[in-house]
Write a protein that binds this ligand. Sequence first.
Ligand SMILES: [Zn+2]
Length: 292
Amino acid sequence: MTGLNIGGFAVGEVMEWKGVYRDPLEMYPDATKPEVDRHRSWLEPHSIDPATGNVIMAFRSYLIRTERLTILVDACVGNDKERPVRPNWHRQNWPWMDNLRAQGVEPEEIDIVMCTHLHTDHVGWNTKLENGRWVPTFPNANYLFHKTEYEYWEEEHKTQDWARDAFLDSVLPVVDAGKATMVTGDHEIDTGLWLEHTPGHTPGAVCLHAEHGGEHGIFCGDLMHHPLQVPESQWSSMFCEDPDMSRTTRMAFVDRHAETNTMILPAHFADVGGGHIVGGGPDGKPKFEFAR
Ligand SMILES: [Zn+2]
């Protein structure tokens, strides 16, 4: 495992891709160059590329292992997916499965799959291509879908071109195979593992809380895409379905967890994903400190 630990829950990460992603001014429509530049000193070189000034992002899943359960949080883009509108994600062949096995976990051992939301880059490994059909990758897993999120994409995929393929090849086959359970936004998976509905990035986005042995971690998906959004929590990304609600949710989240011992584990932060919201950022704002 990666070596992160939440009070005895072992946390690992399964990396799909990590690299220089895009211009922060494009990613965050409300950002200005002087504001971004103020944060470069604490974000280079791990999270902002010194050469281009572009953000560095990771696409990863997390593994949580408790005494009873092995849980996969988010499922990246996936291999062999037809994504003509996203060329970087089209018919890929990433070593994600090798990276899962490198954590000592076989697909058959995953008990729970929890997608924080149903965007294309969080559902891909839900399914794999087998004899020309999409089938669940984790045959023994119960896939948890937040009902609000599922119902949103069940409608949206009919009209949003870029969302259609992922719903049809990475979500629906799981439901059709009888492997999905629709849950509410406050669902408790097991003792110390529960969901929190954090709408905005998508209507049914959730965080997964893990509390054990006196420690607390939150797998927060795309509530934040990059550590810039810790001091600048008012910046919603170009990918947010409802930027205003996303802003409100994120600002409250950063306030609530700033300068606490809560480990924050977003889906796309580079470096080791987890860390803490600490003080000491520019202009008296909070910043993000990676766990190692
Ligand atoms: Zn994402």
